[in-house]
Design a protein around this ligand. Structure first.
Ligand code: AQP
Length: 344
């Protein structure tokens, strides 16, 4: 795999309020990776319509996620920021990969099972095919690294399986066309740190999610200081004081979650946070957590509000990013067509 240039790709769905989970699980990592890698960050609107969306709200959400990327510190000049539907090659490669992926592989996807629930016969074909489109998103840029939250691990494994099967199925052509032993890299998930799975503030066993009906379950990037403080004060805890050792967090999902959030926001380990707060009560810890969260998120929320006032600027960033992304994706698709045996 040595011949692949390191390149980062990741995406966020424009499906509502971006929250602290998206920020800690994905966006902070996007920002950090800019220092060391060439990065492509995508607002994945094709993924969003796998479940029903209101067109007006979808448009607003695409701009909102873009504003969040920029406000959090993603440099759209040095790196690429765009929305997926502007680069047709994502859907084009997804079709080819649909013919590589196996039905049995998709049948194992737990996110589909969770999202489809009991209404399986009535969900869209797109929801089922979501992980193949995600593989296409990554592979159309021949990306080598993908920063994501824990919930996306299985989809990343599937993307690797699809890449590997394509490389094997078309091995002879790939070699004959001079691409070496493999055309697609096997993309590596980057899932590290204390907040790869941020949980709901109301229930420490449920993932913090945009689609949770309770707004108190999550901290939105657009929340002001007062809303952040209220939600943290109301966050579910247990009656015990905080433990001094990390082992003491076992079987205490709410405490574990809040300590993990603190650690991630303060760039510390959970053990280190417990060295400061262990033995103390939740109210002291929550006050410190409120101060820290507000200090980290309030400037981002304010910058998002400012950016959203200039829709033309946001749309310009997306158009320019899409043009640069398209240039890379088109090169990949030319080779894919040659490898597969299409005439172009
Ligand atoms: N709770 C979380 N903790 C850590 N990381 C998370 N991510 C999402 N939730 C958490 C990561 O954020 C990135 C973008 O996610 P997405 O918007 O594309 O999709 P999602 O995982 O479906 O987000 P939600 O909030 O859970 O949306 P709904 O409610 O619509 O399903 C991904 O890297 C994801 O891992």
């Amino acid at each position: 795999m040595a011949h692949f240039k390191p390149r980062v790709f990741s995406g966020v769905q424009p499906t509502g309020n971006l929250h602290l989970g998206n920020y800690l699980g994905a966006i902070t990592k996007f920002v950090a990776l800019q220092e060391t890698h060439e990065c492509i960050y995508c607002v994945v609107d094709l993924h969003a319509i796998t479940v029903p969306q209101n067109p007006k709200e979808l448009r607003a959400s695409i701009r909102e996620v873009t504003a969040a990327f920029l406000a959090a510190g993603i440099d759209a000049k040095k790196h690429i920021v765009f929305n997926q539907s502007q680069v047709a090659e994502h859907a084009e490669l997804a079709w080819v990969l649909n013919c590589v992926a196996r039905l049995g592989w998709l049948n194992r996807m737990t996110q589909f099972k969770e999202k489809a629930g009991k209404d399986r016969e009535n969900v869209s074909v797109g929801l089922y095919d979501y992980p193949v489109l995600m593989a296409a998103d990554i592979l159309v840029y021949r990306a080598t690294h993908v920063p994501v939250g824990e919930d996306q691990k299985q989809h990343l494994e599937l993307a690797r399986d699809i890449a590997q099967k394509f490389n094997l199925d078309y091995g002879e052509e790939i070699d004959a066309l001079g691409h070496g032993e493999a055309f697609f890299p096997l993309p590596e998930p980057l899932i590290q740190g204390p907040a790869t799975r941020v949980m709901s503030l109301r229930d420490g066993t449920k993932k913090m999610s945009k689609s949770d009906t309770s707004d108190n379950s999550r901290i939105n990037l657009s929340d002001d200081a007062e809303a952040i403080a209220q939600k943290i004060r109301k966050a579910k805890t247990d009656p015990e004081p905080l433990p001094s050792e990390i082992e003491g967090l076992a079987q205490r999902p709410e405490a574990d979650n809040l300590v993990g959030i603190f650690a991630a926001l303060d760039n510390r380990t959970k053990a280190d946070v417990l060295r400061t707060f262990g033995g103390g009560n939740f109210s002291t810890f929550k006050s410190a957590l409120i101060d820290l969260t507000v200090a980290r998120l309030a400037p981002i929320g304010a910058a998002m509000t400012e950016l959203k006032r200039d829709q033309a600027y946001i749309d310009g960033v997306l158009a320019e990013g899409a043009a640069r992304a398209r240039a890379i994706a088109q090169e990949t698709m030319k080779s894919v067509k040659d490898i597969v045996g299409f005439v172009r």
